[in-house]
Design a protein. Structure first.
Length: 282
């Protein structure tokens, strides 16, 4: 084979390899969607990818109600928690990032170092103290333990993201705002915050996805079916003592993935822009 033939063949082989990897990555999603249309007998008795006798009964059972509540009730709960977490993280982390990145105050270095060190702190270490605090406040079995910490800039990763972005902004903008009579808060509101848009959108995307898919934290604080989110509602289909409804569970899993997919498709361009301009690349 000539050198020209080898050079022409490399792109073809590369595309074949990429397509093969893509098929492997997409297989679980295809299997999930396919299984959601299988009757209960086929779910546990066959390993075939496509259903032999497709049925929409699984989706009908999901929309008819789960644990006494309709699927839209759980969608609303998940949306409320996710939107509240997004608002809290965007507001608090941007303010904290501006303070660490621009303002000069006593103890800024040690406080920033301590904040960064919390990234390596496992969630389970602070779980019991946090639970006791919210229990004393009477907030267990409400959405407050899932939303309130987000307004206190507890996600160090996003604070660090904001700090890196703020440090890349020209200081001349702050100086010009000061000359015009702006204090720190007005400088943040009218000068820094509009320029923080890519980092804020990145924070919003990750926060929404992580909160929407969160199961462990919601399982700890929510124990009433009326407050269940979608991840918790999924567990009601699995019963250790009687027959588990795997078909409806897979159908509800597909429905739970739809908002994530739509959210990502709508904001993926902003996600790339935010990652490229906030110090995450290289």
């Amino acid at each position: 084979m000539t050198a020209i033939g080898v050079r022409r063949g490399r792109p073809v082989l590369w595309h074949i390899l990429m397509i093969a990897i893509l098929l492997v990555l997409l297989y679980p999603i295809v299997w999930l969607i396919s299984t959601s249309f299988k009757p209960a007998v086929e779910v546990v008795s066959t390993l075939a990818l496509l259903p032999r006798h497709p049925t929409g009964g699984n989706y009908a059972e999901v929309f008819s109600g789960v644990a006494g509540y309709g699927v839209w009730h759980y969608f609303l709960n998940s949306l409320l928690v996710s939107v509240g977490a997004v608002a809290g993280n965007v507001i608090s982390c941007s303010l904290a990032g501006y303070a660490f990145g621009r303002l000069h105050f006593r103890g800024r270095g040690p406080m920033f170092g301590f904040m960064i060190s919390t990234i390596m702190l496992p969630q389970h270490v602070v779980l019991i103290p946090q639970y006791i605090i919210f229990q004393k406040l009477g907030m267990v079995n409400t959405f407050w333990p899932l939303i309130l910490p987000k307004f206190l800039a507890t996600d160090a990763f996003f604070v660090f993201l904001m700090v890196q972005f703020v440090r890349g902004l020209p200081r001349e903008l702050d100086e010009a705002a000061t000359i015009d009579g702006c204090g720190p808060l007005r400088t943040f509101r009218y000068v820094v915050a509009p320029l923080l848009r890519p980092a804020m959108i990145t924070t919003a995307i990750f926060t929404f996805i992580w909160t929407w898919n969160d199961f462990f934290t919601q399982l700890i604080y929510l124990n009433d079916p009326s407050t269940f989110t979608l991840p918790l509602a999924l567990q009601t289909f699995v019963d250790q003592t009687t027959q588990s409804a795997f078909g409806p569970m897979f159908a509800m899993s597909v429905l739970a993935l739809v908002p994530i997919g739509l959210f990502f498709l709508a904001f993926q361009r902003f996600l790339v822009d935010g990652a490229a301009t906030s110090g995450l690349k290289g």
